[in-house]
Design a protein around this ligand. Structure first.
Ligand code: ADP
Ligand code: MG
Length: 351
């Protein structure tokens, strides 16, 4: 059996096969449409007469995550959740995932156990089956890629291109929290690098740090919409910030839009942290990223059915394309919405 040292168990001690088996042994298959999971050349899925949606994400250490302040368990959980969020944004239900990992020699089996513990929690919570993946050595750090499969009937699927003039623009939850949480983590990490005895006190920032490290996908909203018999005309999940994701809906749907600054939902803790760091809270909400809330449009006649739902906030409406894509500020002036969202390539340049 694998040898353990004070620094943990060398990955090579297990061998590729043994390692995969070790990491994936606590993953039961629970969905009837999963016919074959891990262990053959490919998984087998039987979608019956549903449409299958497929989405994938690639996370690179140093570009998308920093292990200095990201616990591996949270990273595993988040890597799954961001993909499930994309499935829900199609108004579909996630059923299976595959997980591929690349690890350099500085990682030990215990690190992967932690990562897979997070992956397992996400699978349990969202009822999805881990059905495969790939494992490889890497020269530089950790790489994780998750693919999620989901299903919906043809009628249920919601695309980005269905918004029409006068449709109401809604967002779920609150925005900017994950971005401000990241700023707090980066700040505390910088202080820690200079003074390793420094013990960060994050209790004041619990909500926003949680938004960054342990986001959830809005399954509850998809269920609520179904219950209420409301099918959005268009939908996207907010991964890059409200501005950029709203522009995607407008672009695909061929509409303009008008949203109101005073309507954009921002949590008090987000606003307080933003002010402390001299960041305009609205900018965090519009251009921060990783909130994984849903942004959708509904026909005005459906709005009654969603009234008095605190988790859904109407922020404006769609307009003809020639009216432009506008934000109406608190003072009543209009500014054009630009996409200054979360851009991995832009960030690499300025950091
Ligand atoms: P192959 O040589 O055909 O790529 P592998 O030996 O890589 O097969 O994988 C064996 C089985 O284990 C397959 O079912 C594969 O999907 C699964 N698997 C491999 N790596 C992982 C991983 N990191 N997480 C989950 N399942 C994995
Ligand atoms: Mg393989």
């Amino acid at each position: 059996m694998a040898k353990s040292s004070g620094k943990g168990t060398e990955i090579s001690a297990y061998g590729e096969f043994g390692l995969i088996e070790h990491l994936t042994k606590d993953f039961p298959l629970r969905n009837r449409d999963t016919k074959k999971g891990i262990g053959d050349d490919a998984a087998v899925i039987s979608p019956r007469n549903k449409q299958m949606v497929v989405t994938t994400d690639l996370l690179l250490e140093g570009v998308h995550f920093d292990l200095a302040y990201t616990p591996l368990k949270h990273l595993g959980y988040k890597a799954v959740v961001v993909n499930l969020s994309d499935v829900y944004a199609m108004n579909a239900v996630p059923r299976q995932i595959t997980v591929s990992v690349g690890v350099s020699s500085r990682f030990r089996v215990e690190h992967l156990e932690e990562l897979y513990e997070g992956i397992r929690l996400a699978c349990d919570h969202y009822g999805v089956d881990l059905v495969g993946g790939d494992t490889s050595a890497s020269y530089s750090g950790m790489v994780i890629s998750v693919t999620a499969l989901g299903r919906a009937s043809r009628e249920e699927l919601v695309y980005r291109d269905g918004a029409r003039e006068n449709d109401v623009i809604c967002v779920t939850g609150d925005l900017g929290g994950a971005y401000m949480g990241l700023q707090v983590l980066k700040r505390e990490n910088k202080i820690f690098q200079q003074d390793p005895k420094f013990q960060p006190d994050l209790s004041k920032y619990e909500y926003i740090v949680g938004r960054q490290l342990k986001p959830e996908a809005r399954r509850d909203i998809i269920q609520l919409l179904k219950e209420k018999g409301v099918k959005p005309s268009s939908m996207i999940d907010i991964s890059d910030g409200l501005s950029s994701d709203l522009l995607h809906l407008c672009h695909r749907s061929g509409t303009g839009c008008r949203i109101y600054q005073d309507k954009v939902p921002i949590d008090a803790e987000t606003a307080a942290a933003a002010e402390e760091m001299k960041i305009e809270p609205l900018i965090a909400a519009l251009s921060g990223g990783e909130d994984y809330e849903l942004l959708f449009t509904v026909s005005p006649k459906d709005m009654d059915k969603l009234a008095s739902r605190p988790q859904i906030t109407p922020v404006g409406f769609m307009t003809p394309a020639e009216k432009g894509r506008l934000l109406v500020t608190s003072s009543g002036s209009e500014t054009e919405i630009t996409a200054q969202g979360w851009n991995a390539f832009g960030r690499m340049k300025d950091e």
